[in-house]
Design a protein around this ligand. Structure first.
Ligand code: CO
Length: 472
């Protein structure tokens, strides 16, 4: 999920949201901790199981029923011949196939979740000081001090790895049944339901980190169907769809996305361009690396591609007003942007930071604007304390605070939770500044956009590409 687009058409990020200084961060952490505490108290009460599709009865529960509930249960077994999930260590349970059914934490009862791709830093600024100085990027790994720091963040790392494993398993399953003709809302519902099952949904402690993006073609990001007319949109054979969903455990977020084209051959070079550009960004990222240098390297790879669609050759361009970003606890966009073109900020990446490295390629003009009805929203930190005149708006804000806090949410989720007819109140919350809207971000009509995104952790001793799988 990319940050809110910056309105300037150049890459220089104007975004004022520069929070520095640890005091503010500490206050914010305390606030979040308090929020988590009171949410969990009400979580059991608020948790409604989805409505059963009973025959003809006046069913209780949410009016907008999830499409995912209408599917028959698929029998599954861990030793299924085509099971793509990895074998697991002794004492763990292998995931089932053709449908994953075991919550990931039950698979790994000792908490030994699989690591992502761990790579040494390409250049190690501390290598010269280290006793074992070898400038091959391994000295951080050998440093006692750095290894001690790792132990201090073991819980965070374990939560991130579990969230990443849920992402890998959900997406691997999605890839097995995606086909043209499926309504986008059905795809999003199925992803969300499976995610909740595998992560062990628990209020805002465990669950989805933001709405499931299923943006098509010229739309690059921030589209998910609203209930109503959007339910009619189906995936076409010739569509290019960005599937962008996030998982989170105790606010530790995995933000990871890929692009699907049923007519894969037609868009092969566009898909390859974003994949290779993101890999380049991941490769460049590191402690003390300047964000502008990552952007320049990404753009160079992106621009080395062209794609021929319907007998016309298009250069692939980076979308210059979309970026990657750092991630803070319960906050998807932590304040730093990772550009995907040259000319960005000189700010450096720092030890311990979590980054979403995402690149967007396009056959269009190379920048996006807001277009169409909004589905994505997010409460601003502290937004729950804003005074409001309307009672309906106050009640909605309370619901948002309890169920999403500062995580992004979508209108469909409000409907399903019984908060239907919310649009007026939601708009009032936006006008009051308690909630921000994130409308679909689109390049010019008729063009195609693609995205690949991974979440990486700049660990003291090594860089870990947490969300890396054998698919991408
Ligand atoms: Co993102």
């Amino acid at each position: 999920m990319p940050p809110k687009k910056n309105n300037n058409n150049n890459a220089k990020s104007g975004g004022g949201g520069k929070k520095k200084g640890n005091k503010g961060d500490d206050d914010f952490d305390a606030m979040l901790a308090a929020a988590v505490k009171d949410t969990s108290a009400t979580a059991a009460k608020n948790h409604q199981p989805s409505a059963k599709s009973g025959t003809g009865g006046a069913a209780e529960g949410p009016k907008h029923r999830s499409y995912a509930d209408r599917d028959p249960v698929v029998p599954s077994a861990a030793d299924h011949a085509e099971n793509p999930y990895p074998q697991v260590p002794e004492g763990c349970q292998r995931q089932t196939w053709p449908e994953p059914t075991i919550p990931v934490r039950e698979q790994y009862p000792k908490g030994n979740f699989p690591a992502g791709l761990v790579t040494p830093y390409a250049s190690d600024p501390y290598a010269i000081d280290a006793a074992s100085a070898t400038n091959d990027g391994t000295s951080r790994y050998l440093s006692e001090e750095k290894r001690a720091l790792e132990r201090a963040t073991a819980t965070e790392l374990s939560e991130l790895r579990e969230a990443a494993e849920v992402h890998r398993q959900v997406r691997r399953w999605v890839q097995s049944w995606l086909k043209p003709g499926l309504p986008l809302i059905y795809i999003a519902d199925k992803i969300e339901k499976k995610l909740e099952e595998l992560i062990g949904k628990d209020g805002i402690r465990r669950g989805q980190a933001f709405p499931t993006g299923v943006s098509l073609n010229h739309c690059a990001a921030h589209f998910t169907p609203n209930c109503g007319t959007d339910e009619k949109i189906v995936l076409d054979y010739d569509d290019v769809m960005k599937i962008d969903f996030g998982t989170q455990i105790n606010g530790r977020i995995i933000d990871c996305a890929w692009t699907v084209a049923m007519n894969e051959g037609k868009y092969e070079n566009l898909l390859r361009a974003v994949r290779e550009s993101t890999y380049e960004g991941v490769k460049q990222a590191g402690i003390d690396v300047r964000l502008c240098d990552v952007g320049a390297a990404i753009e160079e790879v992106m621009e080395s591609y062209e794609v021929e669609i319907n007998n016309k050759v298009y250069p692939v361009k980076s979308i210059r007003n979309l970026t990657g970003h750092n991630i803070a606890p319960y906050v998807i966009h932590g304040g730093k942007s990772v550009p995907i073109v040259k000319g960005g900020e000189q700010t450096k990446m720092e030890e311990g930071e979590l980054f979403a490295i995402e690149t967007f390629g396009t056959t269009g003009r190379g920048y996006v604007a807001e277009e169409g009805d909004c589905s994505h929203y997010m409460m601003v930190p502290g937004g729950e304390t804003m005074p409001l005149r309307s009672e309906r708006a106050s009640a909605l804000l309370k619901h948002i605070h309890q169920n999403y806090n500062t995580l992004a949410f979508c209108r469909k989720w409000l409907d399903r939770a019984g908060e239907d007819r919310h649009l007026l109140a939601l708009n009032q919350l936006c006008e009051a500044g308690a909630v921000h809207k994130y409308p679909p971000l689109c390049d010019v009509r008729g063009c195609y956009t693609a995205q690949v995104e991974h979440t990486i952790l700049l660990r003291p001793t090594a860089k870990e590409v947490l969300s890396k799988g054998d698919d991408y």
